[in-house]
Design a protein around this ligand. Structure first.
Ligand SMILES: Cc1cc2nc3c(=O)[nH]c(=O)nc-3n(C[C@H](O)[C@H](O)[C@H](O)COP(=O)(O)OP(=O)(O)OC[C@H]3O[C@@H](n4cnc5c(N)ncnc54)[C@H](O)[C@@H]3O)c2cc1C
Length: 316
């Protein structure tokens, strides 16, 4: 059973999600990657290390890659059909998955948090009702496109050999492929990347206003963590969208997640409930966030967090 993993180059390396997908897929057979980006030996070696034996490499140059990637993948699949094609939740991933599904007439199983193979067919599990219920979906005929949630699987190197690399020519896609990338904007941020951080200090509407994030920053700095937020505060313009955790934001899996003034709406929980230890600070003892917390402090976040900051400063 062959699986293709879509991998968009990120800072010269395969996307973290593609290494997670390759780790999961190597359990049931051969894994090839469809890699979109400039490409380099270290990036291909990283894929090989995670179980990929063949890399189809498409360099889109300055073109917006989705139309070309979907056309090239559909062409390849016509002669070399995989059983499963895996994507993650990044915007290019989802764009290519949708276009590819239309081109191939292939079923898409989205939002998968776990996968298994049953009699040669892939079964995808996705969570509903805030993660309280898992739904299993099986596509009876393939190829099937599976879109997985980030962090659903750990990325684990397996010491695999360098993969074979096959260069794929840019296909002709007419108007669909005519969009060009004119500039790129990297949002400046301090400290660890939110999706990779081991400690996350996250703020919600209970902080009262945007100024409350100054103490989130201070606590995060003392603990070597990153700062996250709920959609309510992102929508209020207190912090940029890149901070948002949840259904329509980032999925995180830190060792410690400190939820400050966050109610615990299910759309937030789906993005952080797999943290190893969840600590909630909320003045309402009935707040749903306490249902998923390992430790809870019932109190005013504007008093508890400064006290924590002082205590940590006193220790260092
Ligand atoms: C389609 C859809 C997608 C969504 N996607 C997301 C998403 O990706 N991420 C996300 O976060 N949300 C998402 N939401 C919004 C979500 O439903 C909630 O509205 C949001 O998470 C609430 O944010 P909050 O906890 O900051 O605010 P609130 O729900 O208003 O909670 C504030 C909490 O702060 C507490 N509080 C108030 N003052 C204090 C104080 N001084 N000290 C301590 N505690 C205090 C209150 O008791 C309350 O529990 C989505 C909604 C929809 C419909």
């Amino acid at each position: 059973m062959t699986t293709w993993v879509f991998s968009e180059e990120t800072d010269g390396a395969p996307s973290a999600a593609s290494l997670e997908a390759a780790t999961a897929a190597r359990a049931w057979g051969e894994v090839a990657a469809f890699y979109v980006g400039t490409g380099n030996p270290a990036a291909f070696a990283a894929l090989g290390d995670h179980g990929v034996t063949k890399v189809y490499h498409l360099d889109p140059g300055d073109a917006l890659p989705s139309a070309a990637a979907a056309a090239a993948m559909a062409d390849l699949a016509a002669s070399d059909a995989p059983s499963v094609i895996m994507f993650s939740m990044g915007s290019t991933d989802r764009d290519v998955a949708g276009r590819l599904s239309a081109r191939m007439g292939a079923t898409v199983l989205s939002n998968a948090v776990a996968l298994e193979v049953d009699g040669g067919s892939v079964v995808a599990y996705n969570e509903i009702l805030g993660g309280s219920t898992k739904v299993a979906t099986k596509a009876e005929s393939g190829p099937v496109i599976v879109v997985t949630r980030p962090k659903a699987f750990p990325a684990e190197p397996a010491g695999g050999a360098e993969p074979a690399v096959v260069a794929i020519a840019m296909p002709e896609t007419g108007h669909a492929g005519s969009a060009q990338v004119l500039s790129r904007h990297v949002e400046a941020s301090e400290g660890p990347d939110l999706e990779e951080a081991d400690v996350i200090i996250s703020g919600g509407r209970g902080l009262g206003n945007a100024d409350g994030f100054a103490m989130m920053d201070e606590l995060a700095k003392l603990l070597g963590g990153a700062v996250g937020a709920t959609r309510a505060v992102v929508d209020s313009g207190w912090v940029p969208y890149s901070y948002q955790i949840g259904q329509t934001g980032k999925t995180v899996k830190p060792s410690v997640y400190v939820a400050c003034g966050i109610s615990g709406a299910m759309q937030h929980l789906v993005g952080m409930k797999d943290a190893t230890t969840i600590i909630a600070i909320n003045k309402d003892p009935e707040a749903p966030i306490f249902d998923v917390s390992d430790l809870g402090i019932v109190g005013d976040v504007n008093k508890v967090v400064p006290a924590l900051v002082e205590a940590l400063k006193a220790r260092s």
